[in-house]
Design a protein around this ligand. Sequence first.
Ligand SMILES: Nc1nc2c(ncn2[C@@H]2O[C@H](COP(=O)(O)OP(=O)(O)OP(=O)(O)O)[C@@H](O)[C@H]2O)c(=O)[nH]1
Length: 336
Amino acid sequence: MSMSTKMLFERRVILVLAGVGALAVLPFAVIRLWQQDWAIAAVDSIVSSVFIAIFAYVWNTEKTTIPGFVISIFFLLTATLTVVLKGPQNIAWLYPSMIGVFFLVGRKWGVTVNVITIAIVMAVIWNQVEPLDRLTLLLSALATNAFAYVFALSTAKQRKLLAEQARRDGLTQALNRRAFEEQLNWLVSVHQRIHSAPELIIFDIDHFKSINDEFGHDQGDRVLIQLTRIIEARLRATDQLYRIGGEEFAILPLETQPYHSDSLADELRQLVAESSLMAERSITISAGVAAHQPDETAEQWFKRADKALYEAKDAGRNCVKVSPSFDDTTQHAAAS
Ligand SMILES: Nc1nc2c(ncn2[C@@H]2O[C@H](COP(=O)(O)OP(=O)(O)OP(=O)(O)O)[C@@H](O)[C@H]2O)c(=O)[nH]1
C-alpha cells in the first residue's frame, strides 16, 4: 500500500519546515559571520546545514519519525540558546518553535518536549526578569502549548473522520469499493502468512431494476439501506460488508472457520428471503463464493467469485454458487 495520509502530511510538513528553516536561517548565519558574532554565527550555520540535510533525507527516503524529532529538538534548542546568549527578550522565538513541534512529532510528544523546554527556559531567565514578567512569560508559554495541543487534537480527529468517510458509501454507510479493493489486496498479500485461505462472498439483489422501475428510485434506495442493516446486524464485527457496485455487495469474512463462507452466504440469502424488506414483494439475493488460491491475483480471485455469482443468477437466482476451486480446496482440506 502507498504511504498513509498521516505519513504524507508529516512528510510535507517536514519538507516545508526544513526548506523554509534553511532559507530563513541561512541569511542570519551570513549576517552574523559578517558582524563577527561568532557564537550565533556558528549556531545559525549548524542549524541551516541540518535543515538542508533533513530536507534531502526526507525527500529521498520518505522516512519522517527521526527527522521530525531532530527538527523539533533543533527548534527548541535554538530558541533556548538564543535566550541564553541574547537575553530574555528573545523568548519570542520559543512560541513558533513550540507550535512547529506539534506538527513534527505529534501532540503527545509535542506537549512533553515543550513543557521540558519551557522549564529549562524559565530556569535560565529566572533571575534576569521581574517576578511579574516571569509569570507572564510562563503563562503565555503554557497557554500557547495548550492551544497548540487542542488544535492538534481536533485536526487529528478531522483527518481521521475524513479518512473514514472516504472509505464509506454515502447511501448505505457500508464500506465502499475503494475499501474493498484495499482489503482484498491486503488479504492476497498476507495469504502465505495466515492459517487458511481468505474467502470472498459477492452477492447481488435479484431483479433490482424492476424494483426501481415499479416502485421508484427512492424505494430502491430504501431497500439498499435496509438490506445493509440486516446483513450487518447478522455479521460478526470482523466480517466487513462492502457495497462494491449499485446493488452488488461483498463480504470478506475474517476469523471464520475455513471453507465456511458458502454456509454463511446461504444463511444470509435465507435471512434476506425471509425478511420483509418490502411489503409489496419479496426481495432475494444471489451469491458467489470463492476461496483465494495461492499465487492468484486479487483480480483473478474477484473474477472467480463474480463468475460464481453469475452462475447463481443463471441457476434461477435466490441461491449460492461456489467457485469450483473452492470445492477442490475444501475437499483437499477434508482429505488432509
Ligand atoms: N435505487 C437505486 N438503484 C440503483 C442504485 N445503483 C444502481 N441501481 C440500479 O440497480 C439496477 C441494476 O440492474 P441490473 O444490473 O439489470 O440487475 P437486476 O435488475 O438486479 O438483475 P439481476 O442482477 O440479473 O437479477 C439498475 O436499474 C440501476 O439503476 C442506487 O444507488 N439506488
